[in-house]
Design a protein around this ligand. Sequence first.
Ligand code: HMG
Ligand code: MG
Length: 304
Amino acid sequence: MKSTLPDFVKIVEVGPRDGLQNEQGIIPAEVKIELVNRLSDAGFSAIEAASFVSPKWVPQMATSIEVMAGITRRPGVVYSALTPNMQGFEAALAAGAGEVVIFGSASEAFSQKNINCSIADSIARFRDVALAAKANGLRLRGSVSCSFGCPYQGDVSPEAVADVVARFRELGCDEIDIADTIGVGTARQVHTVMQRAIREFSVAGLSGHFHDTYGQALTNIYASLEVGIRIFHSSVAGLGGCPYAKGATGNVATEDVLFLMQGLGIATGIDLEKTVGAGQFISRHLGRKTSSRAGNALSLKKTV
Ligand code: HMG
Ligand code: MG
């Protein structure tokens, strides 16, 4: 097993999309815009800001056009959007997304529940999106849900994950996310699944997308670092959850990930204090305490 830790990791901030998509009360576009602007000001180079999916399926994301139109674009920042089909792609292109995300699943059951089609049909649909992304010079990212377990079918094999990773590689993905949608993965399984995925796709382009339902996300990030993964997704204030994965909680909190990286001497290019501020901003708006342990501790320290 490779055990040298890197000097730098890329953090993809998914709070404005994965974080907020599951909120019941509709959050005004202005609030989402301020959140994205605060995050770009904190130094994130990759922000998942929007999702062009059916508003009947995910009403919270219906403001994606306004959000993309209202944000202050910082040079060097890639603003990405979820695009399940060509309708989503056209909207993302018109909105000025720099990267589009096709999202499939290693679990047949979850694919049906989340995007209403089989894995094979989803890949066929994604092919058009992939071709259009390339033709328009956009980055293409693929997300593999349920890589460590599925809320509907239970176990998911590393082979099933590897198969979707290979399909995404063939579609020309620049980056592929190995996602623990329901946060059930543990460190040894992370080694196994990531090492299997690395056989299908360049390790430099693989990322870990961990939800923290069982409190394993930081450990799983460390386990991923051990096998060479250098890109991680997180949500400020630990926001989030997928509406089609009942009971699954938010992504690992960005502030906690930054605190971990700081301690390991791994650069991220992101300002932790400003990120804590962004987490406090959105938590205030949602009327609840941040789910980030580090975010909470650091803001308490400031007030004593
Ligand atoms: P469908 O019903 O099979 O699609 O849904 P359809 O093509 O038959 O269209 C039905 C209706 O949806 C039509 O409208 C279309 O116009 C509309 P109607 O004629 O009934 O008024 N429609 C759209 N509207 C806006 N934008 C679009 C779009 N496409 C169709 N792009 C579909 C298929 C994929 C659209 C639907 O299942 C869907 O929107 N699913 C999205 C589910 C979702 O967003 N889940 C959360 C994101 S994934 C996630 O969180 C996991 C991740 O974080 C990684 C991890 O943690 O695992 C990424
Ligand atoms: Mg997710």
